[in-house]
Write a protein that binds this ligand. Structure first.
Ligand SMILES: N[C@@H](CCC(=O)N[C@@H](CS)C(=O)NCC(=O)O)C(=O)O
Length: 235
């Protein structure tokens, strides 16, 4: 059995994991999870008790939840091609630190905005949440702009796992439209460069059910029922 990534649509933060798998060269399959319906159902909770995407099923039947753990797993399997770094090295610490920032502050900044969209609220509550979310998204963009000072990519001299995860979250601003990304030129440049990359275009095509050409080792999609069967067999 190859790796299976359970990715959420629409607009899931699993996006960065798909891009990272493409770059890793590891053989993998994808299992599409519709949000909020399938992700909160009993079937999917057998994969991910929390009821969130992404999740990664390993060839030995173990499951890994949480983007940070999944991205770090992919990185650890990809030391030879420079996508990941050995634990204990400065590069590992920098990647882990950047992923933690993206997974907490950057991801979390959009929380109030998603809440305002996904819940029935009165106008005053909505306004407050949007104002709070906007301030948080602006602040996070300012921080990323400083982190990118003098750099083309978030870390190192080529696109990497942190850039992939960043891209999957940064696009949420295109939905909420709370900051003009052009006011953060380094963030905007990074985003514009990322969306041209073949692995990013592949992940986008997968999410939108468009013709998707993999330059990695993508072995096809698998349904949730089949994936649960494979999980049972591996157990
Ligand atoms: N801490 C988790 C958060 C995952 C998460 O919030 N995933 C969202 C999609 S980006 C989800 O599955 N939401 C469930 C829903 O929308 O019902 C991680 O970093 O992986």
């Amino acid at each position: 059995m190859s790796l299976i990534l359970f990715y959420g649509v629409p607009e899931g933060c699993s996006f960065g994991s798909i891009v990272s798998l493409e770059w890793s060269g590891l053989p993998y399959r994808l299992c599409r999870i519709e949000m909020p319906e399938t992700v909160s159902g009993d079937e999917y909770r057998r994969i991910n008790t929390v009821g969130e995407t992404p999740s990664l099923l390993l060839p030995d039947g173990r499951l890994i939840n949480e983007s940070m753990a999944i991205l770090n797993h992919i990185a650890a399997q990809s030391l030879a091609n420079g996508l990941g770094f050995a634990q204990g090295t400065a590069e590992f610490d920098r990647l882990n630190q950047m992923l933690a920032y993206l997974n907490t502050s950057f991801f979390g900044a959009f929380g109030p905005l998603w809440h305002a969209v996904e819940h029935e609220l009165g106008p005053a509550e909505k306004e407050l949440l949007v104002a709070y979310g906007t301030a948080k998204v602006e602040k996070a963009h300012g921080t990323l702009e400083r982190l990118l000072a003098g750099r083309k990519w978030l870390l190192g001299d080529k696109p990497g796992i942190a850039d992939a995860y960043f891209t999957g979250i940064a696009r949420w601003n295109d939905f909420h439209m709370v900051v003009d990304r052009r006011q953060f030129p380094a963030v905007n440049d990074l985003y514009q460069r990322m969306i041209q990359l073949p692995a990013v275009r592949f992940a986008h095509a997968i999410e939108h059910r468009e013709k998707a050409g993999s330059a990695g080792n993508f072995l096809g999609e698998v349904g949730l029922e089949e994936a649960l069967g494979l999980l049972r067999q591996a157990a």
